[in-house]
Write a protein that binds this ligand. Structure first.
Ligand SMILES: [Zn+2]
Length: 498
């Protein structure tokens, strides 16, 4: 007697095709007794549409490979192997000498012709299920266009069988409507509304008390105002809506507003921007008696922190100090002119032209040498391609220089920005202010709050890198200055302060 495992598979989504769990087991047991096999154990796979993979099948394959039984009996191949990788796993078993039987089809898996038959069945089954899923999708789209919801009814509606409209659930529908109205009043957060609806007895699917997530999905589902949403498309539904479109829209707006509020809330202007001058930690903003304080939370640190309005005043003073006045702008321009960057560029371009002409002359000389048979063809080709490369390199250099000449004009934007800095900062909203602060200051240190000393390190100081100022010009909606400045006049700007 050969010991075998029995494998049955039942899909919970659809049954009634004459292959219930019991029917499959009966067929397998009958097959075993006719063929002198014993069933050592059963592997029962309950498939749901939502669950992927087949853990029981995989487990059985593992157990067989470990030698826990000598073979397996399935009901039908096209039901056992759902795809080619399942099929490959079964074929592997046979190759390992493990017996593979099938109760429903009279196929001898050991023989070559039997294997071929089984292979063909598998191919047909795969094609069938592929075609089925395409057909199902086509059918669903058609149903949506006709105004029917082809899936399970949302909370508050009843399923009435295939091809029938969903109807209002007399018990849940009024509660769902209540939830919509309460949320629209703005008095409730999603959490408090969930609690309230639970006490009102609203249940989700499976009749468990409604969850926050369920409720959120409900409030977002346009089904309740008569629309069917599928893959970001809306189809007008034929079912009776539970709420008006305007109420539904109002709720979507409310939800959006709440999201935006959460994201843009900046209660503390200098949040994570201040450093403790004593220990180097980042100060934490706190609200106390109507004032915002930034404090050091290092217990062994003596620094007490500072009130926000004082920090703001010091930062503002610093920004005014780095804003250029007319004299500074004039000085800066004078220094640019003294360097005569255009002349430098022109010179470079002229020398490139000479180099290009030289290479071209060598090219024609080379051709002459080849025609006069002074050099061999191989050498001619090699030299010719070298010269072509030289020419390409020169051309690239020329394009770079021309671009730099164009960027020269961008410096005017920088000048205009740096001379309006204080005005820009004053006019900025809180978000933009934070951006500016981040860009203008490397660190803002708070030290010795008793005498309100604020040490502000400006990113733009004579001779320092101006990369941060360049960035803010950028965000101001002006041109990219990063390259303009570094390429035209080097990493550092000439200082108007000298
Ligand atoms: Zn500290």
């Amino acid at each position: 007697m050969t010991q075998c495992f029995g494998y049955v598979r039942v899909s919970t989504a659809k049954q009634g095709d004459g292959a219930s769990l019991e029917a499959q087991k009966d067929a397998i047991t009958g097959f075993a007794s006719q063929n002198n096999l014993t069933i050592k154990g059963w592997y029962e796979e309950l498939e749901t549409a939502s669950k992927r993979g087949r853990p029981v099948f995989d487990q059985m394959i593992k157990d067989l490979k470990r030698g826990k039984a000598k073979g397996m009996i399935a009901h039908r191949w096209d039901r056992t192997a759902r795809n080619f990788s399942d099929w490959a796993a079964i074929s592997d078993l046979s190759d390992l000498g493990i017996k593979v039987f099938c109760a429903g089809d009279n196929i001898d898996f050991e023989s070559r012709s039997g294997r071929l038959m089984a292979d063909i069945q598998m191919v047909l089954a795969t094609d069938y299920s592929r075609n089925l899923s395409i057909e199902v999708q086509k059918g669903q789209n058609q149903r949506l266009k006709e105004g029917y919801w082809p899936w399970a009814a949302p909370i508050g509606y009843l399923n009435n069988g295939e091809g029938q409209l969903k109807t209002l659930c007399p018990r849940k529908a009024p509660l769902v409507r209540e939830a919509f109205e309460l949320y629209a009043s703005g008095e409730h957060s999603l959490t408090s509304l969930t609690d309230h609806m639970r006490t009102r007895g609203l249940t989700g699917h499976n009749d468990r008390p409604i969850s926050r997530r369920n409720l959120e999905t409900t409030l977002r589902n346009p089904f309740y105002c008569g629309q069917l949403r599928c893959k970001d498309r809306l189809y007008p539904g034929k079912h009776e809506p539970l709420v008006s479109v305007s109420l539904f829209k109002k709720i979507q707006r409310l939800k959006e507003d709440r999201c935006i509020k959460k994201k843009t809330k900046h209660p503390f202007l200098f949040k994570r921007l201040l450093t403790c001058g004593a220990c180097g930690r980042t100060l934490t903003g706190e609200l106390q008696k109507g004032h915002i304080y930034y404090r050091c939370h290092n217990r062994s640190c003596a620094e007490k922190g500072m009130r926000e309005d004082r920090v703001a005043k010091a930062v503002k003073a610093e920004i005014e100090a780095i804003t250029w006045d007319e004299d500074q702008v004039a000085q800066f321009r004078a220094e640019l002119e003294a360097r005569d960057l255009f002349a430098e560029l022109k010179q470079l371009l002229a020398s490139l032209k000479l180099r290009a002409a030289d290479v071209q002359a060598r090219q024609s000389r080379l051709t002459d040498l080849f025609i006069d048979n002074v050099i061999a063809e191989a050498e001619f080709k090699m030299r010719k391609s070298n010269l072509a490369l030289d020419l390409a390199a020169i051309d690239e250099e020329r394009r770079d220089l021309e671009q730099q000449a164009e960027r020269r004009g961008d410096l005017e934007d920088l000048i205009s920005f740096v001379s309006r800095l204080a005005t820009v900062y004053d006019a900025a909203n809180e978000t933009r202010k934070r951006e500016l602060i981040k860009e203008l200051f490397e660190t803002i240190e708070i030290l010795n709050s008793a005498c309100s000393t604020v040490v502000v390190a400006a990113a733009y100081a004579p001779g320092r890198s101006i990369s941060k100022i360049q960035l803010s010009v950028n965000r101001n909606g002006q041109k990219d200055l990063t390259n303009a400045c570094s390429e035209v006049i080097g990493e550092r700007l000439p200082s108007p302060f000298n």
